[in-house]
Write a protein that binds this ligand. Structure first.
Ligand SMILES: [Zn+2]
Length: 188
């Protein structure tokens, strides 16, 4: 018995669950639940709905390129039944699943790393920009100079950020080029 994946959200469709729509040209569309079926009938694009796998993959929220994901893909080479092969495959399935889980954990950790710092920086900026909302005793900039200084500060911060970003880009680009040239040299 085969577990299909939902045409809309890519969730597994277990036997006796969901609904199958067969189009005029005999193409099958399997849906895990009525939600997906309804959304399909409304001609919505799964890539634009945040709860689908298609969106999460398109938005870089999940691992897309990985060898563990292609393991269960259907192959066009027919295999003859053999007991050993089945046993081997079952072992491999478990092992691949373990590896995939670990890689996904690493991917998630990398994706979420630096979130705290970014949030803190955003909070600091918010406080700096809205000094007039704070009680005078808690302001870091004196109220008389506030407007001018805040404006200029904001400009300075923006410029600094921009220049830093540019510098980073340059810094990233330069070693890559160097590496490429080195590789070429090696090849030559
Ligand atoms: Zn679904």
């Amino acid at each position: 018995m085969r577990i299909y994946s939902c045409h809309f959200c890519s969730a597994p469709v277990y036997p006796s669950k969901g609904i199958t729509f067969v189009r005029n040209d005999a193409k099958e569309f399997r849906f895990c639940r009525s939600k997906c079926h309804k959304n399909f009938k409304m001609k919505r694009n799964p890539r634009k709905l945040k709860w689908t796998k298609a969106f999460r993959k398109a938005a870089g929220k999940e691992m897309v390129v990985d060898t563990t994901l292609t393991f269960s893909a259907r192959r066009h080479i027919p295999t003859r039944y053999s007991r050993d092969l089945v046993a081997k495959t079952l072992n491999a399935m478990q092992r691949v699943e373990e590896i995939r889980r670990r890689r996904e954990r690493v991917f998630y950790r990398n994706r979420m790393s630096g979130n705290k710092e970014r949030q803190r920086a955003a909070d600091r900026k918010l406080v700096e920009e809205n000094q007039h909302l704070l009680p005078p005793s808690q302001r870091t900039i004196p109220s008389g100079l506030q407007k001018e200084t805040v404006d200029t500060d904001g400009m300075e911060v923006d410029e600094e950020m921009l220049s830093e970003e540019e510098e980073e880009k340059v810094a990233v680009k330069v070693p890559r080029k160097k590496q490429r040239t080195e590789q070429r040299m090696d090849v030559d």
